[in-house]
Write a protein that binds this ligand. Structure first.
Ligand code: 3HC
Length: 732
């Protein structure tokens, strides 16, 4: 690939076209920033240049500052590696330039890319260009001063705090964009616009000097106050949100330039924090998931999937169907009788309506989505489907029967997917001769909301089928992570000790609600027992059985779920769990469950000396999450995931493992960016020695895996690649 560069061409009309060239998104890499400085200096000093147009090559203006530089800064711990963009380039060379500059924007202008455009004296955009400042998702702040001055304070805050992009059409209505023209006319109109500014036929506007859209100081303070309260609720552990609002306020009170100076200082502080390290890691980890050896690198082209059949209209099936129809894929929903079918369709309608109520979907789009759905009771509609996703209960004979029927009912190219969360795919497809088309499409509940799609391949699944499902996954706005076949696959397998260790701690005498609270403080949205209530005890009992069978050497069998079921409780589903559930209020710990817990402890009989163990909040978190790290090590060693960062992405998107938080227990700071990234930050040796100590005290459940022991003793990070020789049973 050619080196990133900036070119300049001066036309006969006296307009210099400065072009960013750094495919695929024209990220502002260090040579690009340097090139821009050079070209703007040259254009300013040349007598034959009357005006300047700034544009991006290849139909994309710029995806913002080069995030690879953030990684370098994190690696070296040296913030001076960040070049000065905001003052030297955007203010001095662009905004304060003696010649007018017009940004010709197409495709996308994000982060520093949009900031460059806002520094120009006008912005012309092609239709449907994506405009946004997503920096908070990387743990830093964006350019905070110009957007409020162009679109108004409330809208700017919304775009920044939610990292929400708008289109150029919306940008034009708001005043961010001066004109929307076709892609073909973009450069021509931009040149003329720049010449018009030079000749004073159009206004020469420096965004930073405007104040007309900011409102009065008291109005601005009111808007900022509300935004601070909102950010406190929605992003309690993210320092960049409050910092962003503080810097906006600085500019409103003391002027835009003062805001820019404070912004540069705060940016440098934030980029060094663990929040940014975690988020930047997740950014690249997420992109790495689309590179699957022997699938995405062998020249295959994805085949279109236009019609999908979903079998089973329960919670998962209806969520999966919803995800597809929302993204314009025709869905046939099959159920066994009209009562179940109607229930499934009603759930899908409620899912779609819920999105409208929450302002996430327009009524028009909702109506169109529902038109993409058809309910059926037999296989007659299956003759032209491109993919089937089976989402019935976890019963091996039922799944085997369905897959035999599918083989006859579907065309030969059709992908045969199952949403099983635990059952071995070889067993599911045992009664068919279509093993190459059988694949796992493991969605996480609620399937139309949760972003992860775990794609499970067997040794026989064809590369084409994997690629097709990855492509559909992206169309329905999921992050597909391809994993190997084993009990629980990657996510449930790595996290099976999560619920088991929580139950083990209860048997050792630790309070249920204290455990949930410690896990919440760590950064997961709910604790293991609230999760148990949510999933329902039937599901918990069934999955526990699978893990007991698959990993008998390290599975902890707690009597808790059986005791809860016997007492007539089934979690949130019947309103009676470890918590009580009342409409409109948060779940509350139910004290009447305490005798059941006592009985559980009596039956387990593992408290040393019959007395509850004494543990700190930090130990609770470690005793629950280190066993997850331990199992993750086995997942890595067995080659169930392509790379360690895939497990980070899967844990963040599927289990809501914190991606960004700094968590403090007694001044201890933990960096989270997914389970393996976190474990490496904590230190493999610390995880290993802790597990070893607990295994001596409390048994095999905590016994460190061979992989963990090896890495800890040799000082190799858990995330370092697994060499093929050390992979005992490579699945991928
Ligand atoms: C000082 C400044 O205010 C600070 C900043 O500007 S921070 C950066 C702000 N910008 C962003 O956060 C945008 C990040 N990028 C994205 O959201 C998306 O990549 C996108 C919307 C631009 C394109 O999405 P999409 O077309 O799906 O392509 P996607 O696979 O994500 O990216 C294509 C490649 O470009 C890379 N890339 C995208 N944006 C990048 C960036 N800003 N820096 C470095 N690389 C970037 C990706 O890593 C990927 O590389 P790969 O092919 O080697 O994996």
């Amino acid at each position: 690939m050619a080196a990133p560069r900036v070119t300049m061409e001066v036309g006969n009309d006296g307009v210099a076209i400065i072009t960013l060239i750094n495919p695929p998104v024209n990220a502002l890499a260090i040579p690009i920033v340097a090139g821009l400085k050079d070209k703007f200096e040259e254009a300013t000093s040349r007598d034959d240049v009357k005006a300047i147009v700034l544009t991006g090559n290849g139909g994309r203006f710029s995806g913002g500052f080069d995030i690879n530089v953030f990684q370098k800064v994190h690696g070296a711990g040296d913030v001076s590696l960040m070049p000065d963009v905001s003052v030297e380039l955007v203010v001095n060379l662009i905004e304060d330039c003696k010649k007018p500059i017009v940004a010709a924007v197409e495709g996308l202008a994000l982060g520093g890319g949009l900031e460059l455009a806002m520094g120009c004296h006008a912005r012309i955009a092609a239709p449907k260009t994506q405009l946004g400042l997503p920096e908070l998702t990387l743990g830093v702040i964006p350019g905070t001063q110009r957007l409020p001055r162009l679109v108004g304070l409330s809208k700017a805050i919304e775009m920044m705090l939610l990292s929400k992009s708008i289109t150029s059409e919306e940008g034009w209505k708001l005043g961010l964009i001066d004109a929307v023209v076709t892609s073909e006319e973009l450069l021509k109109v931009s040149r003329l616009w720049a010449l018009d500014i030079a000749a004073r036929r159009k206004p020469w506007i420096r965004s930073l000097h405007r104040t007309d859209k900011l409102g009065s100081l008291s109005e601005a303070r009111e808007v900022l106050k509300l935004a601070r309260l909102q950010a406190k609720k929605t992003a309690p552990n993210m320092p960049q949100h409050q910092a962003c609002l503080d810097v906006i306020e600085e500019g409103i009170v003391h002027g835009g330039y003062s805001g820019v100076l404070k912004e540069a200082k705060v940016f440098k502080e934030l980029v060094m924090l663990d929040t940014s390290r975690g988020l930047v890691h997740v950014f690249f980890a997420q992109r790495a998931t689309s590179k699957v050896p022997n699938v995405t690198d062998i020249g295959l082209k994805p085949r279109g999937v236009r019609k999908v059949a979903v079998i089973g209209g329960g919670l998962m099936g209806s969520g999966i169907a919803t995800a597809h129809i929302l993204n314009n894929i025709y869905v046939v929903l099959k159920e066994v009788n009209s009562e179940y079918l109607l229930k499934g369709i009603k759930t899908i309608e409620a899912n779609v309506r819920g999105l409208v109520t929450r302002g996430k979907l327009t009524q028009d789009k909702a109506n169109n989505a529902l038109k993409m759905l058809k309910g059926v009771l037999d296989y007659s509609e299956f003759k032209d489907v491109d993919m089937v996703i089976e989402a019935v209960i976890e019963s091996v004979p039922l799944k085997q029967k369905i897959f035999s029927e599918l083989e006859k009912a579907c065309p030969p190219h059709c992908i045969l997917a199952t949403n099983t969360s635990t059952i071995d795919l070889n067993i599911v497809g045992e009664k068919t001769s279509s093993q190459d088309r059988i694949i796992g499409a493991h969605f996480f509940s609620p399937a139309h909301v949760m972003p992860l799609l775990e794609i499970v391949r067997t040794e026989r699944t064809s590369a084409q089928v994997i690629l097709d499902l990855m492509t559909v996954g992206k169309i329905i706005k999921k992050v597909p992570v391809v994993v190997g076949n084993c009990t629980g696959f990657a996510v449930n397998r790595a996290f099976f000790p999560y619920s088991q260790s929580a139950r083990l701690l209860v048997s050792l005498g630790v309070d249920v609600f204290r455990i949930d609270s410690a896990i919440r403080s760590f950064g997961l949205p709910i604790g293991p027992f609230q999760l148990l209530d949510l999933a329902g005890y039937g599901v918990a009992a069934a999955t526990s059985k699978e893990f007991d069978k698959a990993f008998p050497d390290r599975s902890f069998q707690s009597p808790l779920v059986d005791l809860l079921l016997k007492s007539g409780r089934n979690g949130k589903a019947n309103g009676k769990g470890l918590y009580t559930y009342e409409k409109g209020s948060k779940p509350k710990p139910d004290p009447s469950v305490l005798p059941i817990i006592e009985e559980c402890r009596r039956l387990s009989n593992i408290m040393p000396g019959g007395k509850p163990i004494s543990v700190t909040e930090k130990e609770i978190v470690e005793m629950i999450l280190f066993p997850v790290v331990n199992e993750s090590c086995r997942v890595l060693e067995e080659g169930i995931v392509v790379r360690a960062s895939d497990l980070d992405v899967a844990s963040v998107l599927g289990m809501s493992f914190p991606s960004y938080r700094i968590v403090t227990f007694s001044k201890l700071v933990w960096r989270c960016g997914g389970i393996v990234f976190w474990a490496d930050a904590v230190g493999a040796n610390y995880v290993y020695t802790s597990l070893k100590k607990w295994s001596q005290l409390y048994g095999n459940f905590f016994k460190p895996s061979r992989f963990l022991e090896e890495r800890a003793t040799k000082g190799i990070p858990l995330s370092a690649p697994v060499s093929s020789s050390s992979t005992s049973r490579a699945r991928l």
